[in-house]
Design a protein around this ligand. Sequence first.
Ligand SMILES: Nc1nc2c(ncn2[C@@H]2O[C@H](COP(=O)(O)OP(=O)(O)OP(=O)(O)O)[C@@H](O)[C@H]2O)c(=O)[nH]1
Ligand SMILES: [Mg+2]
Length: 208
Amino acid sequence: MSPEQSQHPLNFEQTSFIKSAAKLSQCPEDVGREVAFAGRSNAGKSSALNALTGSKKLARTSKTPGRTQLINFFSLTETLRLVDLPGYGYAKVPEAVKAEWQQHLENYLQKRDSLIGLILLMDIRHPLKEFDQIMLEWAEFYQKPVHILLTKSDKLKFGAAKQAALKVQRELKPFGNLVTLQLFSSLNKMGVDELKQQLSTWLLDEKN
Ligand SMILES: Nc1nc2c(ncn2[C@@H]2O[C@H](COP(=O)(O)OP(=O)(O)OP(=O)(O)O)[C@@H](O)[C@H]2O)c(=O)[nH]1
Ligand SMILES: [Mg+2]
């Protein structure tokens, strides 16, 4: 790691919970900038937010997939936010409920002006499932950059994790610069610094 990589102008430890929203109309005012964490149920979104902010309980984690059913907003500064999106694709939820979540998610991606980028989390052992593909297509359609975290990388040996990342990277070639990717583990904190760097780049860029 180079010295400049370990310095983040943003203090992620000062993140605090703002509110939960079940639909777009309940979201905080659409001003400033925010980055949303998306991914299938159980991919590790809430755990990643906690690892990022150095808090054990900022975002609720669970062994039961589907725990986060609301859009949870966190503030980093007065104008910068992080968002924990509901995990999609949880099989035990009725189809009608799934369809409704998807609708809220697409609405959020389409209409939220302050949304400047997506962190898309995928379990490194099960990447690019159907819902990940849908998310990538929406992101491309609505022109939102995506940074992928291959989570639970601690579950594989480093060499195997690297191989898995290369394979995913090859499959993402059609998206070009819009999609980037890294290894991540909330358990051993692998990639937390790289994630902070990506978020700082997005959130502090005056063009966004
Ligand atoms: N080994 C390992 N387990 C992890 C990691 N990240 C999350 N987990 C575990 O995976 C499970 C799901 O984690 P969550 O962070 O709650 O997942 P989520 O994506 O927020 O899930 P939903 O809220 O249901 O969408 C929990 O049992 C976590 O402890 C990781 O990096 N390594
Ligand atoms: Mg969650």
